[in-house]
Every structure is written in C-alpha cells, then in structure tokens.
Design a binder for this molecule. Sequence first.
Ligand code: AMP
Length: 122
Amino acid sequence: MAYTYDDQNIFAKILRKEIPNDTVLETEHSLAFRDIRPQAPLHVLVIPKGPYVTFDHFAQEASEAEIVDYVRAVGEVCRREGVAEDGWRLISNAGRDGVQEVPHLHVHVLAGRGLGRMLERG
Ligand code: AMP
C-alpha cells in the first residue's frame, strides 16, 4: 500500500516545535515524549523524526540508520525510566482497525502497573 503523509498532524507540529512536548529522549532520528493523556504511570510515545505514517511505512521506506536509531531509542527510554526490570508494553496502533488517532508513526511505551491482558474486545 502507498502512504501519504499529512504534515499537519499533531506530531509533525511537535517536531517543528510549533507546540510543546515533555521530552524524555531526543536522538538524531527519534523523539520520545510523555503522552498528554497517560493510560499508565509511565506512558511515553516514541516517534521517528521522518515523515512515516505507520510502522509498515517506516519499515518499507526508512533508512537503516533511522531504523536502528528508533529501535535503540525505545530501549533507551525503558532503561532511563527504570521499567526494564519490572516490565512494560509496546503498542503501535495503525490505521482504521488499529484505531490510530495521529497519522505519524508512534509506539506507546506503557509501564508502572500491572497492565492486564493485551486486548479487550470492543
Ligand atoms: P493513537 O491512537 O495510537 O494514534 O494515539 C495517539 C496518542 O497521542 C494518544 O495516546 C494521545 O493521548 C496522544 N497525544 C495526542 N496529542 C498529544 C500531544 N500534543 N502531546 C502528547 N501526546 C499527545
């Protein structure tokens, strides 16, 4: 499938510093910041700086340097926030059925309490 990136999405505005964010980590190709509506004691979003809509889009079109940086950034967030030992969950919503609200690739890093089973129907 071909992806079209909308540069008016809210994370594009965060990357352009048009709106503020609570940064946890910034690397050459990635930015991690706290979710504005946290669903767990730790709720951090990690995004690539490049214009990718979903994980699939990123996997197809990102450079190896971007991919390595992004994957390492996720691990670094977990270590810095002290959740690597007790556990955490990584979620990336994509498209309609994934109920993706913001059309810029992001993974949710959730931790800080027992997170229950992975999916609820609904
Ligand atoms: P998703 O359904 O995976 O697209 O989730 C988008 C996430 O972005 C939600 O958890 C929102 O709370 C979060 N979000 C939306 N706007 C902001 C913002 N300005 N700063 C931080 N997080 C945001």
